[in-house]
Design a protein around this ligand. Sequence first.
Ligand code: WT7
Length: 654
Amino acid sequence: MTNPQPHTELESHLKETRRFAPPADFAAQAHVRTQAEYDALHRRALDDPEGFWEEVAAGLHWFRKWDRVLEWNPPNARWFAGARTNLSYNCLDRHVAAGLGDKTAILFEGEPGDVRRVTFRELLDEVCRFANALRGLGVKKGDRVTIYMPMTPELAVAVLACARIGAPHSVIFGGFSVQAIADRVEDAQSNVVITADGGYRRGHVVPLKANVDEACERCERIRTVVVFQRCKCDVAMKPGRDHWWHELTAGAPATCEPEHCEAEDMLFLLYTSGTTGKPKGIMHTTGGYMVHTNYTARMIFDLKPDDVYWCSADVGWVTGHSYVIYGILSNGVTTLMYEGAPNHPGWDRFWDIIERHKVTKFYTAPTAIRAFMREGRQHADRHDLSSLKLLGTVGEPINPEAWLWYHEVIGRGRCPIVDTWWQTETGGIMITPIPGVIHTKPGSATRPFFGIDAAILNKNGVEQPPNAGGFLCIRKPWPGMLRGVYGDPERFRRQYWSEIDGVYFAGDSARRDEDGYFWIMGRVDDMIKVAGHGLGTMEVESALVSHSAVAEAAVVGVPHEIKGNAIVAFVTLRSGIEPTPALRQELMNHVTHTMGAFARPEQIRFTQSLPKTRSGKIMRRLLKEVATSGEVKGDTTTLEDFGVLVKLAQKDEE
Ligand code: WT7
């Protein structure tokens, strides 16, 4: 539960004045080309959101139309109630019927360098075979199926096959290990697990099947395990429980009637890493999620038929669900899947992939961009990135300096950047530039998407004036919103709808500037109160990252007799830069100069790495513990290695 400090209003101190207009050639070909077109859509969505989403929905296939667009009994929404549809049909059959059967649906590159192209027809056949195999194993509509696989096309096949037969999937990121699997399987009451013998990561084989075997020992309810053979490594197969994917699908027919799912049938469960022990299964349903992801993907990535679109997120996160698979394939666009690590075999792997496959749209996380920035631009500079037309980011606030690096070094100054704010809970993108129209400001996700009623409120639900910090809330229901926490309606209400009555709030603080642009300031839980000033983590961190020696920074508050809290900053330096006492002073002065003396860190600690969640978010909570317990060993200029802490953090998160 978020617990904002009631007496401190959040203040904003960082002013970013740089502006970027959409490149003229991009704007000329975009779905939304002019301010007038944008305004018309915006107004239409504002005046009549239900009519607006209904029009969008009409572009997709429904076996039966809805009776009503929206039923809203806060916090429970039903979108397109009465309608029947199927997501796998909309991602596959629809495009094959329209003559796109031979087009590449999935362009796959494995970490060892193996490349496969799977057409829409082939993908449809595979999905049907696997869906039939699942039905043969007794999987029925409504049964929760756990998927724990490497980033191969078969992961998409498994997900789409579940959607085809109406069995909600629960994908677990392949980087998690045994206890995480057992906990999620148990919470979801799932009896079937789909996995692989292994997957490749940094030249090693991740023993996925062995992890599932152990999970089975801790969790008796698993009665069926399907194993895709990726690495041809030795695995134990338990007769009666374990089945090879290739044997099950070999004889299965390549047609499979899609289940006519209710719009509000559960499509998937996705567990978020809450800070308390119990995993939190976020529930998403079929119709509204389909409409939201399909339309946002098209408008925000400006999808066109000849795009080669690449989102580097793993399908184990919501980004992968919405913008590797559903939102992209439902638009009939080629989606690239890469199995491995961004720095294997070298720091140019991503740029090499973009060059060889002529990727046109690229979507990644700020944490990755900062890592590339730290290693230096030479890795990107030696690749031809001229195929790129648009760049995107998601997952954390992007520091203006990292934004500018991305824009210049990767986009070569030609590509609009869409900084997209959303959450596992929102299902799809909520705040974002529309790339042909919206002028961007580095570090701002800009404006709410059409039909999204985002606002900055104080604790009493009163809208804040421009540039005053507050809670980032959504006031009206939207199609892709979560429908609950699996098995715990009370937790759903308490966690998301109780801070301000009837309004959605999921923990971020932000401000809205005089142009209506949103600036995420950090998680409310991480807010630092210094001498009566409420500070978000983002601004101090960005002030540090704006110094040319700094690659990444995380700030936390520690108790201080006089100020209430003092700021401790953990800083990683760009490669080749030495940590010295002089640099420490310089960085402190730099923050004072950029933001003001009140924001000056009391302490700066240089470190080689920062503890992060598996999805790349900095774990400030752990840093706060380190800073508070005051364990500073030896010379304070030496680099700390958070390797151990990182491991701790990951354990913690499971
Ligand atoms: C949290 C949600 C949405 C897919 C990946 C993360 C942070 C996300 C941005 C952004 C600033 C961002 C927020 C949010 N976040 N995108 N563009 N700018 N912050 O999904 O794991 O559910 O995390 O990520 O704090 O609440 P998630």
